[in-house]
Design a protein around this ligand. Structure first.
Ligand SMILES: [Zn+2]
Ligand SMILES: [Zn+2]
Length: 371
């Protein structure tokens, strides 16, 4: 069938909305008519090349939509079901077997290569292949193929106006909230610091508040983001303006050091601050996609004597089938208002949406697909 998709044709190029041909789903594949797709910083990173992908490719990996057609062996969903699309994984390797699919041994191949396992691609343009399957979806498009593994069924109770905002739960929101709820686990009354008050960081902040952290500190270099962080529950903010001693300020607020910190910036000097601001037995998590070869110097003696933990986290350690419905329930109860991070753009305004995400004007752009 013919679809509309935003194609990245050259490295560091602009996206161009074009008509492409999408194959019918194979045995284990699902075709989804996308309703909306979030813009994630990983899409933007890939366009800027820190994680190189081959072109032409259709990016987009925070899709939400309606199942339109299923392969003969698909049992998890049926035509007409509403789904959120998350990251892809093999389902068979030791990590997947241990219910840790975000550490799938074949994560790169399933999410970044832009093809099926057999090397084929479901998209084409005038007979020439266009890469698909970015994060198992390539959802900057009116339609895409995904698999049973990365399609999460949306409960019938979710109203349509919330449904169209669910795509980012499949990546950015799940990453921040999962890092806090599944890994760092701040206890009642503890302190939590987030470095980077973007969609991932603010999702982490809201999650920390929801599960009972008492001192919630947001650090960012954009004042408006800190205002939003305060609206979402931050008890303190620190402007990283190059003048303020961020670590000293956090130590002062927390009376000696924080219990939990989350770095979402993927900048080594900031990650080091996230470690240094911790007190005894502090836990630091980090989630950003740093460029290949990025290294971090740590104070080994400080880490050891204070029992500090540093943990890399992919996709919030989340098992999307269970975690996304949890986040939806938290939103319905008012304890996790992710809608406050989002702004809807029409699909053909994708360039503006990306520009606004890059500049920070919009925390989480969501592209509404043409009906
Ligand atoms: Zn796997
Ligand atoms: Zn993402």
């Amino acid at each position: 069938m013919q679809i509309q998709a935003a194609v990245l044709n050259t490295p560091q190029g602009q996206l161009e909305i074009e008509t492409l041909e999408l194959e019918a789903p194979r045995e284990l594949e699902i075709r989804v008519r996308l309703v909306a797709t979030g813009v994630c910083h990983t899409d933007i990173s890939v366009m800027g090349r820190p994680f190189p992908v081959s072109q032409p490719i259709v990016l987009g990996h925070e899709g939400t939509g309606i199942v339109e057609s299923i392969g003969s062996a698909v049992t998890k969903v049926k035509v007409g079901d509403r789904v959120v699309l998350s990251y892809n994984f093999c389902g068979e390797c030791p990590s997947c077997q241990r219910h840790a699919p975000s550490y799938c041994h074949y994560f790169f191949g399933h999410n970044f290569l832009g093809q099926r396992r057999d090397g084929s691609t479901a998209l084409s343009r005038q007979g020439q292949p266009v890469r698909h399957n970015f994060f198992g979806q390539s959802s900057f498009a009116t339609h895409c193929l995904c698999s049973e593994n990365n399609a999460v069924k949306v409960p019938d109770s979710v109203p349509n106006e919330v449904f169209e905002l669910l795509g980012p739960l499949g990546c950015g929101i799940q990453t921040g909230a999962g890092a806090v709820i599944n890994v760092l686990k701040p206890q009642m009354g503890e302190s939590f610091v987030v470095f980077g008050a973007g969609a991932v960081g603010l999702a982490g902040l809201m999650a920390a508040k929801a599960i009972g952290a008492a001192v919630l500190i947001a650090v960012d270099k954009v004042p408006e983001r800190l205002t939003l962080a305060t609206d979402l529950g931050a008890t303190h903010t620190v402007l990283a303006d190059g003048q303020t001693d961020v670590v000293a300020r956090i130590r002062e607020i927390t009376g000696g050091g924080a219990q939990c910190s989350l770095d979402t910036t993927a900048v080594s000097v900031v990650l080091r601050q996230a470690l240094d601001c911790l007190g005894s037995l502090g836990r630091c998590g980090f989630v950003g996609g740093a460029p290949l070869g990025t290294t971090l110097e740590v104070d080994v003696r400080d880490m050891m004597l204070n029992g500090k933990t540093l943990r890399g986290i992919v996709e919030g350690d989340a098992n999307a089938d269970a975690f996304i419905p949890d986040l939806i329930r938290m939103q319905a109860q008012g304890s996790f208002p992710f809608e406050k991070l989002m702004k809807i753009y029409p699909f053909d305004a994708i360039d503006q949406a990306i520009k606004d995400a890059k500049s920070g004007v919009t925390v989480k752009p969501v592209l509404r697909m043409p009906a």
